[in-house]
Design a protein around this ligand. Structure first.
Ligand code: HEM
Length: 260
């Protein structure tokens, strides 16, 4: 996520001023405000397990939206606006952030911005999907699509990595470093930013005031693609907050790579 911010800043403020601004983001302490969602009341649709013929993406957030009927349950004919609207309504991402990810994805898939896609298109290889996912296997080189369902082995490993009942930004950094060290991983450039962005969004949407997301939530939502009972987002996630937590994760990963 933060690479997009950096590119925009570097365009607006040439000569590394963008980099200076970004370093300011990373030096302010991360806060976990949770009092901005008191009025939030999006009714959550009924969960139904997907049928064999339904299409899904590699993203737990989008698959969960389809499993609860916010996106079409069959995973077909979805526009970037549908994704933007429901990611905002259910997960509390700001409209600019949700639109940036949704339209950015359609753009990177080289589809017309206002076209309808299937959720499986999001797994197109090569595309936005990347290697070293925490619960999905890597995509074989010549495969048309990456995995759209979780790998039981990786899921068990991810759940086993919880510390004191959950995951902080530091835990996700540690887990990502370990995963990216495995043989055959090559997560460079903007794909690395996307991978950290996924953990940042997860923390922003689900973590409590202590900055920790519980293992139960990760099991139910990331692995089983179902919203927690009585779910409402922990806070409003803006582009700034997503970039901030993503930058924290990147900085921690750099430190862990040097020390371990
Ligand atoms: C706005 C629309 C969104 C789009 C288009 C999108 C797209 C994607 C894509 C393409 C992947 C696959 C990356 C891979 O190859 O592993 C992914 C994974 C992921 N996404 Fe999303 N995403 C969106 C919103 C969200 C939100 C709101 C969250 C968190 C609340 C989220 C959390 C995740 C996580 C945790 C993964 C990692 C799955 C894994 O490593 O097993 N995404 N997303």
């Amino acid at each position: 996520m933060s690479i997009i911010v950096r590119r925009v800043l570097n365009t607006l403020f040439p000569r590394r001023a963008g980099a200076v601004l970004l370093s300011m983001i990373s030096t302010t302490q991360t806060k976990w405000p949770s009092n901005d969602m008191k009025e939030w009341s999006t009714p959550i649709g009924e969960y139904r397990r997907p049928k064999d013929t339904d299409l899904r993406s590699p993203c737990p957030a989008l698959n969960t939206l389809a499993n609860h009927g916010h996106l079409p349950r069959d995973g077909r004919n979805v526009s970037a606006w549908d994704i933007t609207y429901h990611v905002n309504a259910v997960y509390g991402l700001s409209i600019p952030l949700a639109a940036l990810i949704a339209y950015g994805t359609v753009f990177l898939l080289k589809k017309p911005l206002f076209s309808k896609i299937n959720l499986q298109d999001i797994a197109t290889n090569p595309g936005v999907e990347h290697c070293a996912s925490l619960a999905h296997t890597n995509t074989p080189k010549k495969a048309e699509f990456g995995a759209t369902s979780v790998c039981p082995h990786l899921s068990k490993k991810l759940l086993g990595e919880a510390k004191d009942g959950g995951y902080t930004a530091h835990d996700f950094a540690r887990i990502r470093v370990e995963r990216e060290r495995e043989p055959g991983m090559n997560l460079q450039g903007w794909r690395g930013e996307i991978a950290r962005g996924e953990c940042s969004l997860t923390l922003n949407v689900f973590a409590g005031d202590d900055g920790k997301v519980s293992k139960e939530v990760i099991d139910r939502w990331w692995i089983n693609e179902q919203l927690p009972e009585g779910f409402k987002p922990a806070r409003k996630t803006t582009l700034w907050r997503a970039a901030k937590v993503g930058t924290d994760i990147r900085n921690t990963m750099k430190k862990l790579e040097k020390t371990e």
